[in-house]
Design a protein around this ligand. Structure first.
Ligand code: MG
Length: 369
């Protein structure tokens, strides 16, 4: 898989040493962002350093969490080739074993909230990308960079908290090497139509040590190196993968919550009651002021006729809202699950209206035209 294999790690090292520098200057394709930076442009401004609050960064998994690592074993993980995860577990943490390759979850996930904690080696070793490098791959495709960026420089789109090669973090919220740091990530997977055409890119939000570093960003495509790659529909789920970049980076307390799809309204729910036309004389009967609660000093709603329909306005929503007649006494709101049902007294005179909205119902008394 591109991006988190040892091979790409080696390529990064070669690039850092300048051997492949010429390739990085390739022309970028025009996309939705015309002013897109080239990958790894060293001129790209570094984000400001923001010191995170002192104190623990742990977040315990809520009841519905899928716990991926609780400090005891790598049962939830495997090598991409299907073999066992070849990282080590010690002191309630897992540690990348240089040369062992990446690990990925056995289960696959789509939209999620992910928490994990990581620590880069101490004492620090190396510089640039060769310093505490690892990464968290969402759906196995989108890398959130893990790197020792504490008082250590590299290109902006490759430092800790970057969506690698695309979006630098909004802040450098790094803690010193050896200290535990946290990522809290919200991920919305890309959406495709049945033919595999991209409908919506992925979206990524990341908090690094409690500080927002990626604010609902849309990756251009999967993490790739030297070249933008387009989105490809590879299913609605993928593994969480952790990169082996030849550095013994540690992880602990890894859990996620799978996020449900918001249900869309059915065609039956979307079907509106038939709107009818009423004569102006009938509509005019309903015009007037109505008390919003039984107290005489209560705020008032105003119902008026505008041409061939009624409107209602409230003190807190003074611009008139359209009411659509669905019977001689029932009126529906087009945007809100709300309905007005007018009441008449024994003399046939309009005395009030029942206003239902959501789960509430109010009887509004008519106090005059
Ligand atoms: Mg990395």
């Amino acid at each position: 898989m591109p991006g988190f294999s040892r091979r790409s790690g080696l390529a990064c090292l070669l690039a850092t040493s300048g051997l492949l520098a010429g390739l990085a200057a390739q022309e970028i394709r025009s996309g939705t962002t015309p002013l897109r930076w080239k990958q790894h442009d060293i001129r790209r401004p570094r984000p400001p350093v923001v010191e995170p609050a002192a104190g623990p960064i742990e977040a315990r998994p809520p009841r519905d969490a899928v716990v991926l690592f609780d400090g005891s074993n790598l049962d939830a993980w495997k090598s991409p080739d299907g073999g066992p995860a070849r990282w080590k577990v010690a002191d309630q943490a897992m540690e990348a074993v240089p040369g062992a390759g990446p690990i990925e979850t056995r289960r696959r996930f789509g939209d999620l909230q992910l928490h994990l904690e990581w620590a880069t080696p101490s004492p620090a070793h190396g510089k640039g990308q060769d310093r505490g490098n690892s990464g968290v791959f969402l759906m196995g495709q989108f890398e959130i960079q893990v790197l020792d960026s504490y008082q250590a420089d590299t290109y902006a789109d490759g430092q800790a908290g970057a969506i690698y090669g695309q979006y630098p973090p909004l802040a450098n919220a790094s803690r010193p090497p050896g200290e535990w740091q946290s990522y809290d990530i919200a991920f919305r997977r890309p959406r495709f139509d049945a033919a595999g055409k991209l409908l919506e890119p992925a979206r990524v939000t990341v908090f690094h040590n409690g500080i927002l570093v990626q604010n609902n960003e849309e990756p251009f495509g999967p993490t790739s190196w030297l070249k933008w790659l387009p989105y490809e529909h590879a299913g609605d789920r993928g593994p969480i993968a952790l990169q082996d970049h030849d550095h013994p980076v540690r992880y602990r307390n890894i859990w996620l919550r799978e996020l449900p799809e918001r249900p869309a309204p059915t065609a039956e729910i979307l079907a509106r009651p038939k709107v009818i036309g009423l004569p102006a004389a009938i509509l005019d009967q309903y015009a007037g002021q109505y008390l919003l609660d039984p107290k005489p000093s209560a705020p008032k709603a105003t119902i008026a006729r505008e041409g061939d329909h009624l409107t209602v306005s409230f003190p807190f929503r003074p611009e008139p809202l359209t009411l659509e007649a669905i019977s001689e006494t029932e009126f529906d709101m087009p945007d809100t699950y709300g309905r007005f049902s007018f009441l008449k007294d024994a003399n046939g005179r309009v005395s009030g209206v029942v206003f239902r909205i959501g789960d509430s119902e109010r009887n509004l008394k008519r106090i005059g035209p």
